[in-house]
Design a protein around this ligand. Structure first.
Ligand code: F6R
Length: 242
């Protein structure tokens, strides 16, 4: 595990955007796993700048997002489809036909999960997976549980997750209760994983994930077993590491 601590969030974003840009420069047909939420926003802004400055092109890349809410229309401002378009896809040259997210409005959600896994497989697997971490240790929407699913599946969101995401909606009642998420098996199959965390409020869970026992109670702790894990932290998120 390679842990890097940055003096500022901006420096962290720059390092992460450089990792993604570097991957695409050496492998233009790279398959990227992408995350939503607050943490990667600065990275996406930098990637857009790098694209505009001619430093990187996504023309031949393929992307797979980790997750999407169930039952939220794709054009709802808080859907992850809308988030990705607004914060990245609408501003770069990635063909939308190769920008994949699970379809949370599929009539048959189980079939959609199988379709998504097959699509990742067909693309040759994920080269670089970007991850944030929830306060309860979730990655994607793999919530703490006695058992964790391997492949893409439908999950019931933990109350803590719905509360954390309520900041993006008018009220917590509007936050969907179900989501589709890549499973931990799919995530762990990525050839490189980049886990990002910012802020002191993530310090406890970052310590549990990186220094605690590997347990399904903290899904992010499974990342300790990954041979190519890069962890990018600001000082707040790193403040409880030994
Ligand atoms: C988002 C995702 C989640 C977030 C996590 C942290 O696609 O899969 O696991 O990465 O909830 O969210 P933020 O970055 O908002 O703290």
């Amino acid at each position: 595990m390679n842990i890097q601590v940055f003096a500022s969030g901006d420096q962290l974003d720059e390092a992460c955007a450089d990792l993604i840009g570097g991957m695409i420069r050496i492998k233009p047909r790279a398959v990227l796993g992408l995350a939503t939420g607050g943490t990667p926003l600065g990275v996406y802004r930098r990637l857009i700048d790098d694209y505009r400055n001619g430093l990187v092109s996504f023309r031949h890349a393929t992307t797979f997002n980790l997750d999407e809410y169930v039952g939220l229309p794709e054009d709802h401002p808080e859907s992850y489809h809308a988030y990705m378009r607004k914060n990245l896809f609408d501003h770069i040259d990635l063909p939308l036909s190769r920008a994949h997210l699970p379809n949370g409005n599929a009539a048959d959600l189980e079939a959609e999960c199988r379709r998504y896994d097959a699509l990742i497989e067909e693309a040759g697997g994920i080269d670089l997976q970007l991850l944030g971490i929830g306060h309860n240790g979730h990655i994607g929407f793999n919530e703490p549980d006695r058992e964790l699913a391997t492949g893409t599946h439908v999950v019931e969101l933990a109350e803590k997750t719905r509360q954390a995401n309520a900041r993006f909606f008018n009220s917590i009642d509007e936050v969907p209760r179900l989501a589709i998420t890549m499973g931990v098996g799919t995530i762990l199959k990525a050839r490189t994983i980049v886990l990002m965390a910012k802020g002191e409020d993530k310090a406890d869970i970052v310590r549990r994930a990186l220094e605690g026992p590997i347990t399904t109670d903290c899904p992010a702790s499974l990342l300790q077993a990954h041979p190519q894990l890069i962890v990018l932290l600001d000082q707040g998120a790193a403040s409880k590491l030994s």
